[in-house]
Design a protein around this ligand. Structure first.
Ligand code: ADP
Ligand code: MG
Length: 692
């Protein structure tokens, strides 16, 4: 139960003065629901206004505040602005320009002869100083104002006022950071840090304040992870005794041997599974390195030991594909498979749940629905989670609830993750790497072509399909309103439109899947492609991870500059899976920026997922990519990636020290840290404590 002291911060924003339903709705669009959310919604920059005594001291282009005397006005001519004329103390003229039909009010706001202080960006026009739409400054106006990320219906000034009101609600807090760490970094207290972050334009004090707040967030994360681990240590795991019967039979049935890396990694995993402590292992392996087979072998160990296994994919599509893959691989073995996603309903779902609870199902394949309350296992020994960029405390706890003893956990990802981010997103895990690809995989030829050569590309696609091969055509996701500003020529064509156009050439050889297509329709389109009935799959990035159709040897990616490099690498990994040579064509818009060019060039010159991921970080221009910010369970609101990598080790040490001294968080600092966990919504971890 959350301590009452926090109630003022966990009240709805609508309890703040002057926040009506409209403002509350606008705030909700920024994900600000509670008073504490406002506290953690920090400015992204500051707007500075320099007070000058006269225009002679000002620079064109700078934002100034200046005292002037109004000397007259000029009515608007044609489409030009209405001009109010003013003089500074030295009688240098300044034009205050107002565009739009505002003339009437202006005479009242700027009466001739009045003196006032106005502010705005100084420009020069037709040999005269000019400020467009200046503001009239009132006494006590500040020279620096915070800038907040905004949505319609809110201004930065309004958010600053609301943040101030939220700051007034702060209850007193004891310090939760180790005092020596606080002193060494000269960090302010929590309350002071919030105040400075919202209200101080001084960049050096603000930097310290922001670091402290980022540290707090990382500390909460580390504490949560360590508490979960602490509890796990108290619990006995689920040792699985392998017989080698099923894994041996599977290996004997494969047309090729394991790669050296697959063999090594499976040995590591198998050793973990026999121990009485629950395994926590992260398996990193580039696209096509053969992670699925390693997962299947591990799941078979669980079945050999008489327990159950579960394989979880991030999307329904991938889960179904894994189900198909496993059905084929395990066809000759006495292993019973089940499938469960959010889409299963009614009788089908009931019978799956019954078979799972009775132990009739040995291996369940599905989406995260397999962890939901109401899904009961007979004896869950191992969970494998595929293509996951984070697996947070709350998810880990849900998994633990599924068995008397916490099951072993294997998380698989194709994304190389630096250690600090790994700590942030997965907690500590042992890491295995599949650093070798199965032999015989064809290198993929990558071409970059401008969209102006679309007809050529379609002709080449036609020749490709005529040979009997299959192909993908990937279109970027359209973010609502993202492209309505330009003339449309460089706007990406949504998958639906492109598919319509390609159908004019290739008829019903074309299958189409995209995010808005209903589940069953999407499945049947996907099936048409995987079964070979359709030859060309037009898709948004839903095919990004895991889809495996060896006959597809051509990949066309439209508006490739809009994708992250790691994403392009994943997409390209969908081809080059069969015997035939494969090609990937990156269609780009014609007027590409230099970094944009370099990024696509990187795709031509490298096939190494790790190198590409690094280049991606290096060459990533702001706003050049589709949103990559991840939200959800273990997301960080305050700590940037840079802060995570700089501050994570310190936060980790701080958390360990605290728990070494006070594992139950009962003391003074421990009690404060409990409040911190609530402030950062790590409630699940507090639940592991007595009296939590
Ligand atoms: P990923 O690591 O990207 O999930 P997959 O598990 O989908 O890769 O494997 C990619 C392809 O490689 C699959 O078609 C799979 O059957 C094949 N494969 C896996 N292991 C081997 C191996 N040892 N030798 C040859 N092919 C393999
Ligand atoms: Mg995979």
């Amino acid at each position: 139960m959350r301590p009452e002291r926090l109630n003022p911060l966990f009240a709805e924003v609508s309890t703040l003065p002057h926040v009506g339903p409209a403002a509350a709705r606008a705030l909700a669009r920024l994900d600000i629901h509670l008073v504490k959310d406002l506290l953690f919604y920090l400015p992204v920059g500051w707007r500075h206004t320099r007070r000058v005594s006269g225009l002679a001291n000002a620079r064109v282009g700078e934002r100034i505040a200046i005292a002037v005397r109004i000397s007259g006005s000029e009515p608007a001519r044609g489409r030009g602005p209405t001009r109010v004329l003013a003089d500074d103390a030295d009688h240098i003229g300044l034009v205050l320009a107002f565009f739009g039909p505002k003339g009437v009010h202006l005479a009242r706001r700027f009466p001739t002869g009045a003196t006032m202080v106005i502010a705005g960006k100084l420009e020069s026009w037709n040999g005269r100083y000019q400020i467009n739409h200046p503001e009239v400054m009132h006494d006590g106006a500040t020279e620096a104002e915070p800038i907040y990320p905004l949505t319609e219906g809110l201004t930065s000034r309004r958010i600053a006022q609301l943040a101030a009101a939220a700051l007034d609600r702060l209850p007193p807090f004891e310090e939760w950071i180790e005092p020596s760490l606080l002193a060494a970094n000269r960090w302010p207290t929590f309350a002071e840090a919030l105040r400075v972050a919202h209200q101080s334009a001084d960049s050096s004090t603000a930097a310290a304040a922001r670091d402290r707040l980022a540290h707090d967030e990382l500390l909460a994360s580390r504490l949560a992870w360590l508490l979960v681990r602490q509890r796990r240590r108290r619990q006995r795991g689920h040792p699985l005794a392998a017989t080698g019967k099923l894994t041996g039979a599977l290996l004997a049935s494969l047309p090729w041997p394991l790669t050296g890396a697959q063999h090594r990694v499976f040995t590591e995993i198998a050793a973990d599974l026999t121990t009485p402590h629950a395994m926590l292992r992260l398996l990193q392996g580039d696209v096509g390195s053969g992670k699925t087979l390693v997962a299947v072998l591990a799941l078979l160990v669980a079945v050999e030991a008489g327990a159950q296994g579960v394989l979880v994919a991030p999307t329904d599509l991938l889960a179904r594909q894994h189900f198909t893959t496993l059905s084929t691989l395990l066809a000759g073995l006495p292993v019973r498979l089940g499938f469960l996603s959010g889409r299963e309903k009614g009788r089908q779902r009931d019978s799956t749940l019954r078979d799972l609870a009775s132990g009739t199902i040995d291996i369940l394949v599905g989406t995260h629905a397999v962890f939901m309350p109401g899904v009961t296992y007979h004896d869950l020994g191992l969970a494998v989670v595929d293509e996951q960029h984070r697996f947070g405390v709350a998810q880990r706890m849900m998994l633990t609830e599924k068995a008397e003893h916490p099951p072993h956990l294997l998380v698989m990802t194709a994304t190389p993750i630096p250690r600090t981010l790994q700590l942030a997103h997965f907690g500590e895990m042992d890491v295995s790497r599949l650093d070798e690809r199965p032999p015989g995989r064809q290198p993929v030829t990558t071409l970059v072509m401008p969209l102006t050569r679309l007809e050529e590309v379609i002709a080449a696609l036609g020749r490709h399909l005529a040979t009997g091969a299959q192909a993908y055509w990937v279109c970027p996701l359209l973010e609502a309103g993202a492209d309505d500003s330009g003339d449309g020529s460089s706007a990406p064509t949504p998958a639906v439109v492109r598919a319509g156009m390609l159908r004019q050439h290739f008829g019903d050889q074309v299958a189409l899947v995209h995010g808005r297509l209903a589940g069953t329709a999407r499945d049947s389109e996907m099936n048409r492609f995987t079964s070979g009935a359709a030859r060309l799959l037009v898709a948004t990035t839903v095919i990004e991870v895991g889809v495996d159709v060896p006959d597809a040897t051509l990949m066309i990616i439209e508006s490739a500059e809009r994708f992250g490099l790691a994403q392009l690498h994943q997409l390209r990994g969908r081809v080059g899976r069969g015997r035939e040579h494969s090609t990937c064509i990156l269609l780009r818009q014609s007027d590409l920026s230099e970094p944009g060019r370099q990024r696509l060039q990187m795709m031509r010159s490298s096939d190494d997922g790790f190198a590409i991921a690094e280049a991606d970080l290096r060459l990533r221009g702001p706003g050049e990519m589709l949103g990559t910010r991840q939200s959800g369970d273990e997301g960080f609101h305050l700590a940037s990636e840079e802060q995570i990598s700089r501050l994570m080790d310190g936060a980790d040490a701080d958390a360990r020290l605290l728990l070494d001294r006070d594992g139950g968080l009962q003391g003074r600092r421990g009690g404060a840290a409990r409040l911190l966990l609530y402030l950062h919504e790590r409630d699940a971890a507090v639940g592991t404590l007595r009296g939590g």
